[in-house]
Design a protein around this ligand. Structure first.
Ligand code: NAI
Length: 669
């Protein structure tokens, strides 16, 4: 901290002490708490603690007066009030450093407080100043501003000489990042560049990602993240996220405490068994929670320090990885059964203990575990599975939008799915919920959805069907292949969620186009190589009549003079908003009703101008705007069903907006 700032805080307290001595306790405490009074100026104010930690006066928040602050911890979990009390009793006056939310920006910034004990009062004044200084500050990605540290900050924070002399603006830095980004030879290099930036300077990383979201999402998430995961150990630069291996069982809570940030609100956890459509990548799967949480921040303004990527390493079945000396996980086959379940249960218990306000998002678990874990925990904790529930909401929203083009009604559709896994069944279940909501019987609603999996059409006569497929096992003859099934069932919508590239052959799309004026065709499998068909194929084979969406992005395509903008059925329209809504109201659970609501809200965000170009999702550049709507809807459901811990603010939407992190540099002096 600079001399000037030290003197400011100290002289503020000295002045307050003099006032106390001249006017007495009652008048002094009232004056310190008076926002119009002589002890509140800009960000400087006085607060007074009793020797037990009760707030006796506060210059900016009168609600604090009378509250017990003795157990208040700073952002890093340190009991700094206890430290102030202890030092005040032993030394009479002094300084304590801590990290705190800046009242104006909502960012976490270093703060220092000067205090003096007078009689039974501790009179304090804080400053938003840096205790991280010099090289340590440059190496703290949450606080680093690189060449944008101002002349005054360079002097105050011992940075003079450690940075090139020319001070840059954040915009100039962002311009440099984008120049380099666009010069890179391929997407993987772009991914490496961005992860490097995230490791050095999170504010700049999120500034760049948020302002160029359409260009960035395919790099920090699908499809490039898939390639990055496949080569994760080979690209390894710096660890990020938390690894919990089966060998750590019994000490998960202890390990969670090693995480440097204490106010974790969203955890994305994977065990790496079904990474995108790429299969078992074991510990290399860590790229997925990291990428996904970056999107929580870029898409919904959730503070990066409130996010935690977790990889549960229980081994891998992937022989290539087990034979790769650069593999980063434990070298063993996957643990399954009771031991796996016990390990997972310990993880949930540990999260409750260490991060009690955290929402847990299950990500890329294989379906043998995903459905079971979701059903086991969804009514016991704040948890959801994005592959099952997020995908479902995103797809149902796409269906609602598609119906605006085809002029159809949900109840009149017949859906045929290629793939009866997490994504497919999750979508089917939500369509069923939507139909029931419209008044259809459960049995009728199930009959609207048909599934093909790797063994053919899911029908009643098939033996050994997994439980999640049973409601869709209709009394119908078996069907050997997709084309025959289409001819027999005459679906209006074909949804690919098989992870099998090229699953929709030319004849498939042509037949859909013969049966329907505007066939709905979604090729949701990721990454791009696994898409059931490309946008170009869907439009060409249907003579430009398909209403198309895909999981991975495809470029615009012009067919017979008409340019189509294929919509990307990306869960990013849903999960960041769900996270923001859950955090805002501190929801106890994430419910199916929330996903049904988000599907409708997302569809409502699609503009007529989007539909004219064949785009059934909003433009990605509107992502934050969409996320706020989704978050508000989620919180409203929580309030309606009594699931919120937090009192409802009068203006929920305004409150949610006010909670969002903005990746803009703040002054530290
Ligand atoms: P999963 O492993 O749970 O299910 C895959 C299903 O496809 C299984 O039912 C399997 O039997 C079936 N299948 C596999 N090969 C097949 C074949 N040759 N013919 C017919 N069926 C076949 O996987 P999950 O989670 O359902 O994901 C499937 C795909 O959907 C993946 O590529 C994933 O990346 C993608 N996905 C896309 C999302 C998006 O945002 N667009 C979100 C979630 C998943």
């Amino acid at each position: 901290m600079s001399e000037r700032m030290a003197e400011d805080a100290r002289s503020w307290v000295t002045k307050a002490v003099a006032f106390y001595k001249a006017s007495g306790k009652r008048i002094a405490l009232a004056e310190y708490s008076n926002p119009e009074g002589q002890f509140v100026q800009d960000e400087k104010y006085i607060y007074v603690l009793s020797l037990k930690g009760t707030m006796l006066a506060h210059g900016v928040n009168e609600k604090f007066v009378g509250e017990d602050f003795s157990d208040v911890k700073d952002y890093d979990g340190r009991s700094f009030i206890k430290t102030i009390i202890k030092k005040a009793k032993t030394e009479g006056s002094g300084w304590v450093d801590y990290k705190w939310y800046h009242p104006v920006t909502g960012q976490i910034v270093p703060k220092t407080v000067y205090f003096e004990k007078v009689d039974d009062l501790i009179i304090c004044s804080g400053d938003y100043t840096g205790f991280s200084k010099g090289v340590a500050l440059l190496h703290d990605p949450m606080l680093n501003k690189g060449t944008a540290f101002t002349e005054a900050e360079r002097d105050a924070l011992k940075l003079r000489g450690l940075l090139p002399p020319h001070v840059q603006t954040q915009e100039e830095q962002a311009g440099r990042v984008m120049d380099n980004f666009r010069k890179k030879p391929n997407d993987l290099e772009r991914y490496i560049q961005l992860i490097g930036l995230q490791d050095r300077n999170e504010t700049l990383f999120y500034h760049v990602v948020t302002n160029n979201i359409e260009e960035m999402i395919p790099i920090i998430y699908t499809p490039t993240v898939g390639k990055a995961c496949q080569e994760f150990g080979h690209l390894f630069r710096r660890p990020r996220g938390l690894y919990l291996s089966i060998n750590d069982k019994g000490r998960i809570a202890e390990i969670l405490k090693n995480w440097p940030y204490k106010d974790v609100r969203v955890i994305v956890v994977t065990d790496g068994e079904r990474i995108l459509g790429l299969g078992d990548l074991g510990a290399f799967g860590m790229g997925i929670p990291i990428g996904k949480l970056s999107l929580y921040t870029a898409g919904a303004g959730i503070h990066p320090a409130c996010t935690l990527p977790v990889l549960l390493d229980v081994g891998t079945e992937n022989e290539t990885l087990l034979n790769d000396p650069l593999y980063t996980g434990i070298f063993q086959k996957r643990v399954r059964g009771k031991d796996y379940d016990k390990f997972f249960a310990e993880f949930i218990r540990a999260v409750h203990k260490v991060f009690p306000k955290a929402l847990i998002q299950l990500e890329d678990f294989a379906n043998i575990n995903a459905f079971r874990l979701l059903h086991e925990y969804k009514n016991r904790t704040c948890i959801f599975d994005d592959d099952i529930q997020g995908t479902a909401a995103m797809t149902l929203a796409g269906v609602y939008s598609a119906l605006r083009i085809t002029k159809g009604q949900l109840r009149d559709q017949t859906f045929l799915f290629l793939g009866a896994g997490e994504a497919g069944i999750g979508i089917g279940d939500l369509i069923v919920s939507a139909l029931i909501d419209e008044g259809m019987s459960t049995e009728e609603a199930h009959k609207r959805c048909w599934f093909m999996d790797s063994k053919g059409l899911v029908v009643k006569s098939r033996k050994g069907l997994a439980e999640h497929k049973l409601p869709y096992a209709h009394d119908y003859p078996s069907c050997p292949d997709l084309l025959t099934a289409i001819q027999a069932l005459k679906p209006t919508a074909l949804i690919g969620a098989s992870g099998m590239g090229k699953g929709f052959a030319q004849a498939t799309v042509e037949t859909m186009a013969k049966l329907n004026e505007r066939p709905i065709i979604f090729a949701l499998s990721n990454p791009t190589s696994k898409a059931e068909c490309t946008a170009e194929e869907a439009y060409t084979w249907s003579s430009g009549r398909a209403v198309f969406a895909s999981g991975s992005p495809f470029p615009p395509f012009t067919y017979r003079g008409q340019t189509f903008m294929p919509g990307q059925g990306n869960n990013v329209y849903i999960f960041p908003g769900v996270g923001l809504g859950v955090i805002a109201c501190e929801a106890r659970h994430v419910t199916d009703q929330m996903f049904l609501t988000t599907a409708k809200e997302l569809a409502g965000q699609v503009l007529p101008s989007d539909l004219e170009q064949g785009r059934i999702y909003p433009e990605l550049k509107r992502l934050q705007e969409v996320s706020v709507v989704i978050a508000t809807a989620v919180a409203e459901v929580a309030y309606k069903y009594g699931l919120a811990h937090k009192k409802r603010p009068t203006d929920l939407l305004a409150y949610i907006k006010s909670q969002m992190y903005k990746p803009i540099y703040q002054s530290y002096i």
